[in-house]
Design a protein around this ligand. Structure first.
Ligand code: SAM
Length: 289
């Protein structure tokens, strides 16, 4: 991330969730705060989305649609993981690299504590957007500004009042790929050492060399664009490597699937459109019982 500036990719993923609320596509994830948190109206959002794709060929528009469905699907996957954890007795939710995630503001249970961890610059920007949209910050939410690369979760969450000897669920969407392997490994170990049962839901990017040859140029262009935004893709894992990291950290069960399979789970294979594997992303869920 650029020093002192909020994450640009956080705005991009939030805009995808927002546009998903109004786009003519199957609704995977319903979030009434997704549009207001971005600071634009639904009309402005629709106009921007149409203008941004006006000169794009139809296969690119089909790709943006499936990528947006993935953004919505991974949020649904995360909130299903939270529901499973709560059913198992967890009373603490930690959202790492929260960006403009709105779970905390829709959480109907005042006794379910939510901790939003994010880079201090992104979190400060989010708090301005919350104010602007008049979204109430509930007492059940605690902000924990932490830079994963230079501060430990242990220190940041302890000072936010997070309780280590009670079960918890961790959500980590759209972040792992921007961190070093060392930062990822230490964060996984911290999470797995939480009182059980502890759950984690996150997404990650496999190595570009594992993609079908016809998508590699597209993936390189995407990596270049992200680097130019100051958010280079740093870490990639094969599913096998990732499962090994999770087990080494202490998790005892791992579920993993491709972005395309996740979207198909919610909307059906027929809605995927052409070449959904071009997304080249995966989601995973890990559990320590
Ligand atoms: C692509 S956004 C994802 C935001 C949100 N989870 C979502 O799915 O919309 C990446 C997030 O990771 C956070 N992030 C990136 N590097 C970080 C770091 N070193 N420390 C803390 N947060 C970081 C950014 O601030 C941003 O909120």
């Amino acid at each position: 991330m650029e020093v002192g500036k909020p994450s640009r990719t956080a705005f991009a993923t939030a805009s995808a969730r927002a546009y998903h609320q109004i786009a003519p596509e199957p609704r995977v994830f319903t979030d009434p705060l997704a549009v207001p948190i971005t600071g634009v109206t639904a009309e402005e959002l629709a106009e921007k989305a149409i203008a941004a794709t006006a000169s794009e060929p139809s296969e690119e528009i089909a790709f943006y649609r499936v990528r947006r469905l993935f953004m919505a699907s991974r949020s649904r996957f995360a909130e299903e993981t939270i529901a499973d954890a709560v059913a198992d007795g967890a009373r603490q939710v930690v959202i790492l690299g929260a960006g403009l995630d709105t779970f905390a503001y829709r959480n109907p249970d005042p006794t379910l504590r939510v901790f939003e961890v994010d880079h201090p610059a992104t979190q400060a920007w989010k708090r301005q957007l919350l104010d602007k949209a008049a979204i109430t910050v509930p007492d059940s939410l605690t902000f924990a500004p932490i830079d994963f690369e230079s501060e430990t979760l242990a220190t940041g969450l302890a000072s936010a009042g997070f309780v280590r000897d009670q079960p918890a669920v961790f959500i980590w969407l759209g972040v792992v790929m921007y961190l070093t392997r060392e930062a990822i490994q230490s964060t996984l170990r911290y999470m797995a050492e939480q009182a059980t049962p502890v759950r984690l839901a996150f997404d990650y990017v496999p190595p570009a060399s594992d993609a079908a040859p016809e998508y590699r140029a597209h993936l390189r262009a995407r990596a270049d664009r992200l680097a130019a935004l100051g958010e280079p893709l740093i870490s990639a894992f094969t599913p096998t490597e990732l499962a090994a990291e999770l087990r080494a950290a202490g998790f005892d069960s791992v579920e993993d699937c491709s972005a395309a399979d996740l979207v198909a789970r919610y909307v059906g294979q027929a809605e995927l459109g052409p070449a959904p594997e071009r997304m080249h992303a995966r989601v995973a869920r890990a559990l320590r019982t």
